[in-house]
Design a protein around this ligand. Structure first.
Ligand code: GUN
Length: 287
């Protein structure tokens, strides 16, 4: 079987077009566009690029997107005070604290300081808790939301499917397992201590690879006809992105597969924009 490609670039474009329409409706109804503030506390080149893209793409769909770059020596107390200001600003609907933070700032303090109603990254304990409780409507992390959209666009049956998630990060592995469970998949989470990873992966109708280890998932890990979502984005010395999945070998067995680049990657920002519009709508509805 030659797998069909799940084209994240095209699907992300479709999501952004939907968001653009929603943003125009919101602005017409409320006299202002949804506002997204992206906080960056470091000069890490990859984070600078990611946050600039978030700012640019939010403005492209008609939002008021702002990159708030703070100096690397910003203290934890200063960052918390800045987040408190944004929490109190009625024109700010979404707040994203770009990770990783410098080591002198505790990540859980920064993420926990964001108003859960503005937590468009879905990383506040309240939103992570709602997701774990299976409560619909919680703001969920952007990459997992994007992965679910890819599966939906492919028409992959989730209820009753065996899903295996490789990786247990708060940003991807755990939340995507919750989202798959909420749609009635039978979900296993594998990780670096899992024994016989290959055998577990081979049971998966839906395989999500989010370990950050190039070529961890070979062709012998793939069930015939599986949907394979590769979240891995490791940059090699030449600057080329590598996924966790051996694409050529996996394509020979899977029914659907995401390429790297051009699969999950473009979905993350598209889902951030979607979350920001949802947060804006929920905030005005709650007034
Ligand atoms: N750093 C890399 N990916 C992400 C993300 O999705 N959200 C945040 N806040 N930081 C990141």
């Amino acid at each position: 079987m030659a797998a069909k490609i799940l084209d994240g670039k095209a699907i992300a474009q479709k999501v952004r077009d939907e968001v653009r329409e929603g943003v125009a409706r919101f602005a017409a109804a409320h006299g202002r566009p949804p506002g997204l503030d992206v906080l960056l506390v470091s000069g890490d080149p990859a984070s600078v690029t990611h946050t600039r893209n978030k700012e640019r793409m939010s403005n492209e769909v008609g939002m008021r997107g702002r990159l708030r770059a703070l100096p690397a020596e910003t203290t934890e107390a200063e960052l918390l005070a800045f987040i408190a200001e944004l929490n109190a600003d009625e024109t700010v609907d979404g707040i994203l604290v770009q990770l990783p933070l410098p080591s002198h700032i505790r990540e859980h303090r920064a993420l926990g300081a964001v108003d859960p109603a503005k937590d468009v990254d879905g990383l506040h304990p309240v939103n992570a808790g709602l997701l774990a409780l299976g409560r619909p409507g919680a703001l969920a992390p952007c990459t997992p939301v994007g992965c679910m959209r890819l599966l939906a666009e492919a028409g992959v049956q989730i209820a009753g499917a065996r899903a295996v998630v490789v990786g247990r990060s708060n940003l991807v592995g755990r939340p995507i397992a919750e989202l798959l469970l909420a749609q009635h998949a039978t979900v296993s989470i594998a990780h670096s201590r899992t024994r016989d990873l290959q055998a577990i992966c081979r049971e998966a109708d839906i395989l999500v690879a989010a370990a950050g280890k190039p070529k961890l998932i070979g062709g012998d890990c793939i069930k015939e006809g599986a949907a394979v979502i590769d979240v891995g984005q490791t940059r090699n010395e030449a600057g080329k992105l590598a996924g966790d999945v051996d694409f050529d070998a996996a394509s020979a067995r899977a029914a659907w597969i995401t390429p790297v680049p051009g699969g999950v990657g473009p979905m993350t920002i598209a889902s951030l924009l979607e979350n920001t519009l949802r947060a804006a709508e929920a905030r005005v509805a709650a007034r």
